[in-house]
Design a protein around this ligand. Structure first.
Ligand SMILES: NC(=O)C1=CN([C@@H]2O[C@H](COP(=O)(O)OP(=O)(O)OC[C@H]3O[C@@H](n4cnc5c(N)ncnc54)[C@H](O)[C@@H]3O)[C@@H](O)[C@H]2O)C=CC1
Length: 444
């Protein structure tokens, strides 16, 4: 690696971070001591690792009531950009050392938090679902060095931001609903973190292969320092030492193999991001960090149907994992269809692997859809309608299939729409959450 920056100094050498850690342990001990539960009842739900407290149990939380209050007053706090800017300002004013736990640019973090707020608000009437989401998030946040005390800090900062931003216009009942929502989410996150204590907060992984495939794409293989459990179709966040504190998600391209190595497909979408560092400035022997596997877009429980996979660009990574898994566990008689979209034939960057899969899987039908092919969406005179998103409609009847979609967010959304129009029910159209902004999920 060439542009290496020191990274240990960011947290380990920070005296205040050390103090915060000790403070967190003190707070945690205090919260876990039975005598203090009453006194700290309102924070207890952040830290309690064992059985759920009444405050944190999904069944005990009237999320629908809070949802109604929050939604009715959303106009006062949306768009969230200003609220979130105030929130981080308030947090860093009170606790300057926390700034060092975040990357230099807060842009991605702010967008991420905005999406999290939207998710919570939209799903608050289904506390079980929110709780499951938050426990997964809490497990993942261990890699960032997030401690239980930080959730309390976050809640205080949110309260201050709501006050600064919406001030007198926001009733106390609405502010309380926001705080209850965040407290409920934090309780799930702390539980998720505690339940994951037996696994590493993150894995280190040595790059064993780095192949440039065309101008912007690289295929990487990495060997994690400890066994890395995942299910095909899941993704992991990666961190390059060139950009400490910045993590970006990529799918594991392939089912877990005997050698324990993982494959990632990375497209560089612009300068200076994680993808740029991984494509341009990373080589064999470099060490990356890997967050725990995430995502629920897997084949589990879906082996009773034929499978339809629609993938675009490096979304092929997810498709490859799902199809390898299907090949390994396919019940007799079941088949799969893959529609793979690319800008041009040169952008089919993993063509030999696809040909190998095709030749050993007679039950797999593959349709390649090129933007610059005949009638393609990018071809001369292309009107945008002959692309991978509506290719299934042109190739048969996929009723009764379970569909998996991966690729650029706009492609995923459009494909899901076309599949619905073909009559596939929503629960049989599977994909990772698509951000409601123009920022890609697997961003720079
Ligand atoms: N690297 C990874 O492991 C994974 C990446 N992804 C996502 O896949 C995307 C891949 O991007 P690229 O390889 O650059 O894809 P790309 O820009 O090369 O496009 C690939 C295909 O998607 C179609 N497409 C692109 N934009 C579209 C739109 N607005 N509407 C309809 N169809 C559209 C194109 O026609 C093409 O067939 C990224 O956004 C990434 O977030 C998804 C899963 C895994």
């Amino acid at each position: 690696m060439r542009r290496l920056r020191p990274e240990g100094v960011l947290v380990n050498d920070d005296y205040h971070a050390l103090l915060a850690r000790r403070e967190a342990m003190r707070l945690r001990d205090q919260l876990l001591a039975p005598a203090s539960r009453g006194a700290a009842a309102h924070s207890a739900s952040y830290a309690s690792p064992g059985p759920r407290t009444a405050a944190s149990a999904p069944g005990a939380y009237d999320g629908a009531a809070d949802q109604e209050l929050i939604v009715r007053n959303l106009g006062l706090v949306t768009p969230f950009d200003a609220l979130i800017a105030h929130l981080y300002d308030a947090m860093f004013e009170r606790h300057p050392y926390l700034r060092k736990l975040f990357p230099e640019s807060m842009e991605f973090q702010r967008a991420h938090l905005g999406r999290a707020f939207w998710y919570l608000i939209e799903n608050l009437d289904r506390p079980e679902q929110v709780d499951a989401f938050c426990t997964r998030l809490g497990r993942d946040h261990r890699k960032l060095g997030v401690l239980p005390v930080h959730y309390e800090v976050f809640k205080v900062a949110l309260e201050e931001a709501l006050q600064r931003y919406a001030g007198g216009r926001l009733g106390a009942d609405v502010t309380d609903a926001w705080l209850r929502m965040v407290r409920f989410a934090a309780a799930g996150m702390v539980r998720g973190a505690n339940e994951a204590l037996a696994e590493p907060a993150y894995w280190t992984a040595d790059v064993t292969r780095h192949e440039r495939r065309g101008r912007d794409v690289a295929v990487l293989r990495v060997r994690p320092s400890a066994p890395y459990p995942y299910r095909p179709g899941q993704y992991a966040t990666l961190q390059s030492p060139l950009l400490p504190l910045t993590w970006r998600p990529y799918s594991m391209a392939g089912a877990p193999g005997g050698d324990g190595e993982l494959e990632f497909h990375i497209r560089r979408t612009g300068p200076d991001g994680v993808s740029d560092a991984l494509v341009t400035d990373t080589g064999v022997g470099d060490t990356l960090r890997l967050g725990p596997a995430q995502g629920t877009t897997t084949l589990d429980g879906e082996l009773t149907r034929d499978v339809l996979v629609v993938a675009g660009g490096t979304g092929w990574a997810t498709a490859k994992a799902l199809l390898e898994d299907f090949a390994a566990r396919r019940p007799p008689g079941r088949s799969a269809h893959l529609f793979l979209g690319a800008r041009s034939a040169d952008d089919l960057y993993d063509a030999p692997a696809l040909v190998r899969l095709e030749s050993r899987c007679p039950w797999l039908r593959v349709v390649r859809v090129l933007d610059d092919g005949p009638g393609g969406s990018g071809g001369s005179g292309g009107s945008g309608h002959r692309s991978v998103v509506d290719a299934p409609a042109r190739h048969g009847d996929f009723g009764g299939h379970v569909a998996y979609v991966s690729g650029p967010p706009a492609m995923v959304t459009a494909t899901a729409w076309h599949l619905s129009a073909l009559g596939l029910p929503p629960d049989l159209i599977r994909h990772d959450p698509v951000p409601d902004t123009s920022a890609p999920v697997h961003a720079r």
